[in-house]
Design a binder for this molecule. Sequence first.
Ligand code: UD1
Ligand code: F6R
Length: 724
Amino acid sequence: MCGIFGYCNFLVERSRGEIIDTLVEGLQRLEYRGYDSTGIAIDGDQVDSTLVYKQIGKVSALKEEIAEQNPNREVTFASHCGIAHTRWATHGEPKQSNCHPQISDPHCDFVIVHNGIITNFRELKTLLLNKGYKFESDTDTECIAKLFKHLYDTNLQNGHELDFHELTKLVLLELEGSYGLLCRSSHYPDEVIATRKGSPLLIGVKSDKKLKVDFVDVEFPDDDSKPETPLGYNKVNGGLKNLNGGTVNGRKMRPYEQNGGQNNLLPIAANEFNLRHSQSRAFLSEDGTPNPVEFFLSSDASSVVKHTKKVLFLEDNDIAHIYDGEIHIHRSRREVGASMTRSIQTLEMELAQIMKGPYTHFMQKEIFEQPESTFNTMRGRTDFENNSIMLGGLKAWLPAIRRARRLIMVACGTSYHSCLATRSIFEELSEIPVCVELASDFLDRLSPVFRDDICVFVSQSGETADTMLALTYCLERGALTVGIVNSVGSSISRVTHCGVHINAGPEIGVASTKAYTSQYIALVMFALSLSDDRVSKLERRKEIIQGLKLIPEQIKEVLQLEDKIKYLCENDLKDQKSLLLLGRGYQFASALEGALKIKEISYMHSEGVLAGELKHGVLALVDENLPIIAFGTRDSLFPKVVSSIEQVTARKGHPIIICNKNDEVWENKAKSINMQTLEVPQTVDCLQGLLNIIPLQLISYWLAVNKGIDVDFPRNLAKSVTVE
Ligand code: UD1
Ligand code: F6R
């Protein structure tokens, strides 16, 4: 996942070398989140100049890049704002031009680091291209930098030199999507903007002196409390800015610097300040003089705690403007009931705790991230009002795909299960025959592939050797290849003709959880796209799209089963040697995926069985001791599932049923038979597997934790299997 880090020092002298080291070390603290490239922006040697260093790969590669460029590390800065980023590619592959910071122009008038996705970036880019801007990257972020410049220049031409936060408000009005971003500008030296919407951002405050208050007021446009600054610099005047700076030694200087000293620069006594709000006082010392202060901005507290435990969390739509040692928080409008202050809190957490949040393992964190990750897969691609899907990576290819004679889905492990889970809806909506293949077996058989086949490769990592070999095999036979991949810039993503990035964010735990639900959704969206020209499928498509809309919230609801599941794992499922999972139709994939999770994480033998096959052999295993979990949620096969489960209970089995809430059939059965239920909300049949798999992910997790297994690194397994 992308990471943001920023460092501002005010009246705390720092050499450029120290600033670089602080930024690079901040990025190192974000490494655990997963990323593929890095970059920083700091002040240059010339007036208002900026140095930008970027590199693909690890933070260590960035360090080498900076060493190679050999900037003068000795220059000192009394005040300075530097910004830095670790990028997890979403828009464009990992390459130097796509790394952040992204710049507005070669002179770096505006420089941005950004987390999140700007969903209307194509429209913005077209507009800016028409205005003559040249784009160097494939990122959505570059259009933010250029938009800053465009709006700044346009206002300037009209005689308005906007204050940095006023300019930011204008920029944000144009952006759709999500962002956490930092912006620095040569027009606003030693200032930085931090703003967020749907992506976390916090500001750490470090000062040797005690802060006078522990909150910052929020400022609104109609606020008559615009900060009056004592020296007349950076004075806000109806949104226009009057900088009384000058140039010293080639650098644009702030008035306090021109005064020569650093700490005792104020000619006016503190009590004469017309300071209206405590936000400005927050960083003044007891005697009212400006405090030397440092700010650490980050998307993640883990990179800040080393420096300070005093942090302020920004809220969505806050625009934090940091300059002259103060934080000003602006909002575009006053909302009824909204908090008028942001408190500066003291973090009590230790580093390891912060990295995993309240979770003990990454796997648990990723299971609980699924409401957001599934939403992110759909974001910007699903129009719930008009019931339409737009997969940018497939759009141009859909006519060719619709002409296919056959669709072959190829994958391994969990990714293979996501193909099985969606095969039926693919066939129903596209009316094209679909084969689902395990990559290794597909290659072993040298299965025939033809030019009019469409081959779909599903992979979280995009690097799995078997899947990659199968892809090469299909390319050699002239088939059109489609990737469904999480890692942008991975081999499968690059080599396929077209595809869909599932945008689940990096998955760090070895067991695949959030990637499964996102692959599942991406595949359903693919199937929906294939049928958007069919009137006969209109109602079905509408039903599914409306079902998708509710999935993130419904997953949240299922996650509340954790306590009940923990109890089951500590009691009914404790010390068991084997576990059967029964499923039918859409739920056969859930049974296989659930069994795989249990095997790989808890080392317990587990088998997913097609409920219809029970009577053809597996029933011999059933007795009162064998634990069984059965998927008994409602769909057209429900009566058949009930009958399979009756075969189990007739042999004294007492299954755990995953069923829909308040289902009378199971409520009645539970009265007469010893069986338990785990209730999940009901959704459209082809989406039910998205909800049904969550309890199994939690069961595998708690079975493993109870056995003391390192859940994130189960034995004999690697996250990315790059060997055959
Ligand atoms: C793009 C953004 C996405 C954003 C969306 C809406 C990129 C990389 N993605 O998604 O973050 O949510 O706009 O604004 O810019 N591709 C392959 N093989 C694969 C996967 C993808 O060839 O396995 C290709 C696609 O055909 C496409 C490109 O990579 O050309 C980007 O794919 P994807 O991220 O899915 O595109 P969008 O849905 O347009
Ligand atoms: C199971 C798991 C593996 C992977 C498989 C394919 O939890 O993680 O079964 O699903 O190795 O990996 P990708 O999806 O990266 O191709």
